[in-house]
Design a protein around this ligand. Structure first.
Ligand code: MG
Length: 159
């Protein structure tokens, strides 16, 4: 079987006056993530893992933060572009596993919605998308609620 694996990591700062979007889902919180796009750290980590699996570089190459066309961009729209790219190269998603590291808010109630959103964009089943949430046990910048980080691993299968 023709398979490839990729991993991705991202972190964004938490800031007042921003919406908190994770996995395409808006989560009620007094702080949101700061970034050029909607700063959806989970979707960014997944895109980097998909690109990395095919040695296609990273999302900064395709959607540079200096380009005004990506200002405030919906990261799920960017994810659909990356999905199209890997499909054009003859690959499909086997499965994705990911972790969001956030001290607050509690993410567990939103995970099913995130899996649903991401799986629809990638045209796969929700059970192909693993999303876990953990805290950083109050350690470091994530533990001090200065930011939220995400890690993702993706397995691609040749069509
Ligand atoms: Mg990012």
């Amino acid at each position: 079987m023709n398979i490839r694996i990729g991993n991705g990591y991202d972190i964004h700062q938490l800031s007042a006056g921003r919406r908190l979007i994770l996995g395409g889902v808006e989560i009620p919180h007094e702080l949101g993530l700061l970034g050029h796009s909607d700063a959806d750290v989970l979707t960014h980590a997944i895109m980097d893992a998909m690109l990395g699996a095919l040695s296609l570089g990273d999302i900064g190459h395709y959607f540079p933060p200096t380009d005004p066309q990506w200002a405030g961009a919906d990261s799920l729209m960017l994810l659909s572009k990356v999905s199209q790219l890997i499909q054009e190269q003859g690959w499909q998603i086997g499965n994705i596993d990911s972790v969001v590291v956030a001290e607050r808010p509690k993410l567990k109630p939103h995970i099913a919605a995130m899996r649903d959103r991401i799986s629809r964009v990638l045209q796969v089943q929700p059970d192909q998308i693993g999303i876990k949430a953990t805290t950083n046990e109050k350690l470091g910048p994530v533990g001090r609620e200065e930011g939220i980080a995400a890690y993702a691993v993706v397995l691609l299968v040749g069509k």
